[in-house]
Design a protein around this ligand. Structure first.
Ligand code: LMR
Length: 334
């Protein structure tokens, strides 16, 4: 969709907002996302729809568009800024092109050891401060939603860092991820999520990194012979809305939507780990790809090879922020 078309759709959306909301004339929230409905994000979005419509007695109608049916990665953020959609949940890795680089801190290799450590950031003062960074771009950050930890896939077995040499990997639009693959001697290529399956199938790229849930629901395991269980990085989302839209809502409705969002967040973040475990089990059952568990020594080598990314990306992401995240996730563990 061109920018002009997005603007025209946005104008229609604003027209629909005039007049008081009622069940007959509801406020429409278009919630666009790029993954399947049967994923942690897809299920949390559907839960938000259910609760938002219930708590507002139908004065708000939420239309969820999964699987990039409305917009692909880059377009959806433009559409949100223009008001053509009202809600998204892009991954932390996708805000850089908007000029919000700080969320790439979550892409640093091995920075998040587990979900409990992640919550220390997202549910604490640092997470709140980071959400406020969205304001300067006309967005309001509402919540952090999980997916889970990433695995590496390719058509050759990936054990230690040497195995990545020269391979083309699809990445999300994050400089940190670009640096990570460059450190391995691989060739990173930014690509929209909706195009990954075909790119793997046709050999445009050799491999990719993603969660079990995303690999399974996009059928990537059918076109990748090997998946290495590296858990080297985390994919999570920031639920964002258009600030002008959000601030313009009647206060009672905004309050009901905040309640629906808080509950949908708890729901999604409670099921995320199990969703990924189930997807892993389904991939094992499908027998289309072999799962490799790198040895401790191979994992240590991988981590060592990726470590320079921290220094290399300090000027982009912010050295203080990196230090604060590292300190926060490790608080109480030493
Ligand atoms: C990806 O592009 O690989 C993921 O960010 C997709 C998603 O939304 O989980």
């Amino acid at each position: 969709m061109t920018k002009r078309m997005i603007a025209a759709v946005a104008a229609l959306g604003l027209l629909a907002l005039t007049g008081p909301a009622s069940a007959q004339n509801p406020i429409i929230i278009k919630f666009s996302h790029v993954v399947a409905a049967d994923t942690p994000k897809g299920k949390a979005a559907d839960k938000f729809k259910e609760l938002a419509e219930k708590y507002t007695n139908g004065k708000v109608k939420v239309e969820v568009y999964p699987n990039s049916t409305l917009y692909k990665d880059k377009e959806e953020l433009e559409a949100l800024q223009l008001g053509a959609v009202q809600m998204l949940a892009p991954s932390n890795s996708k805000f850089g092109p908007l000029g919000i680089k700080e969320f790439e801190v979550f892409d640093l290799p091995f920075v998040i050891p587990n979900l409990a450590a992640l919550r220390k950031v997202t549910e604490g003062p640092l997470g709140k401060r980071m959400l406020e960074l969205m304001d300067s771009k006309g967005l309001t950050g509402l919540a952090y939603w999980d997916n889970g930890f990433k695995e590496m896939s390719a058509n050759k077995p990936l054990h230690g860092p040497a195995d990545y040499q020269g391979l083309k990997f699809r990445i999300q639009s994050s400089r940190v991820l670009q640096a990570q693959f460059r450190q391995l001697g691989a060739i990173p290529q930014v690509m929209a999520f909706s195009e990954v399956y075909q790119a793997l199938q046709t050999g445009v790229v050799d491999g990719q990194e993603n969660t079990w849930s995303n690999i399974y629901t996009q059928k990537m395991h059918e076109v990748q012979k090997y998946i290495s269980e590296t858990n080297h990085g985390y994919i999570g989302y920031v639920v964002v809305t258009n600030k002008q839209f959000w601030d313009g809502l009647p206060a009672d409705i905004r309050g009901q939507l905040e309640k629906a969002m808080a509950e949908a967040t708890t729901y999604g973040n409670t099921i995320s780990a199990k969703e990924n475990e189930d997807a892993k089990a389904d991939i094992i059952k499908a027998k289309t790809s072999q799962i490799i568990v790198p040895t401790k020594a191979e994992m240590a080598e991988l981590q060592k090879a990726m470590q320079p990314v921290y220094d290399e990306m300090a000027s982009r992401v912010g050295k203080d922020l990196i230090d604060e995240v590292v300190k926060t996730v490790n608080a109480g563990t030493n």
